[in-house]
Design a binder for this molecule. Sequence first.
Ligand code: SF4
Ligand code: SF4
Length: 439
Amino acid sequence: MAKSFRGGVHPDDRKRLTAAKAIEVAPLPEKVVIPTRQHIGAPCTPVVKVGDLVKKGQVIAEAQAFVSSPVHASLSGKVVEIADYPHPVFGFCPSVVIESDGADEWVEGLPLSRDWRALEADALKDIVRQAGIVGMGGATFPTHVKLAPPPEKPIDAFILNGAECEPYLTADHRVMLEATEKVVTGMRIVMKLLGVAKGFIGIEENKPDAIAAMVAATKGTGITVVPLKTKYPQGAEKTLIKVILDREVPSGGLPMDVGAVVQNVGTMVAVADAVVSGLPLVERVATVTGGAIAEPKNLLLRVGTTFAQAVELCGGFAAPPAKLIMGGPMMGMAQCRLDVPVIKGTSGILALSAADVNAGEERSCIRCGRCVDACPMGLVPSMLSILGQRGNFQMAKEEYDLLDCVECGSCVYVCPAKRNIVHYVKYLKAQNAAAAAKK
Ligand code: SF4
Ligand code: SF4
């Protein structure tokens, strides 16, 4: 029987727009705008200058801290500008603009052909770091950091998050179908690196073809495919760990506190490409979809392609977009412009039509309790929204477990008063972080 968890919601998944559409390789862009900050953690420092000729896969910005990840050219050509450009997460960010030379040549010596089984854990970790791999589900946490838990936190289980529970998104689904072997290879590399024998792949039941493909590809590998009930947010890390391992990540804790590491599907392809072929992370699959897109698609896009270019590859807009989002509608980031670039964490570009958007004015809480029933973390979202209005982060943290909110938006989805609870939670968390920084 498919596994599930307490709470959650059942939004119309709208995946039918792209679920059956094979990944299309986007044509080589004439120009890319590559932000030097693609991840959570310290920004990178550019190591090229205007006028330099670069090859695909060449480092263009170096990481200066452990929690950071280098950035590479996503095509070969000439650096024509280094300046602040719009960024889908950070507002504006120093970016390297490269004009393509049309040759699309890798750095000399790439691609390689390496036997990952012959490499030691430290060498594997170093390859992942140098390849600039970050969590591609949207969180963009540098992967080498997640794969380096301290010795006092032993890891015995690795989970691949194949749930892709966000409505509309089908990029991971297609990658599991079309790059099955690579996903499994990436997973086996990470399991070797972590020294774990137990591997699990959690996939929602609404992807039976992906479940079948993964079951066939993992025979004899020690990896178990776990079908999950189709329910949002089945793919949240803490939810997956509870459902698959029956372990509870403690309040304010991390998966490593219960011996688990969770990674995303696209990230495993990036690991396989880096370790086996020596290729850094310079492209990714993203679902470009929504009621305002003329022809929704799953596209393999170079990092630095603008959202406008990606939308154009899908026939442009069929209707004026009422809302533009990077990622899915529940946890994605609202965008106000199309000239932002695809980054390593761009799982989707969603353009919703007016009919798709559940618009309306926020009203006072009527204490119906629906948000409490929906919250997968067992919180009281209504109180978090009220404390958010009052700016009382201390009470929200100490009495209502503010920091355990995973910002999944299930509470907002069910709220008849259209309370923007996630907005308040983010505000309270920012207040809490600012207060902690002052101490
Ligand atoms: S669902 Fe909305 S109206 Fe109902 S209790 Fe929660 S915040 Fe209040
Ligand atoms: S309070 Fe946080 S964790 Fe709970 S449903 Fe709302 S967004 Fe999700």
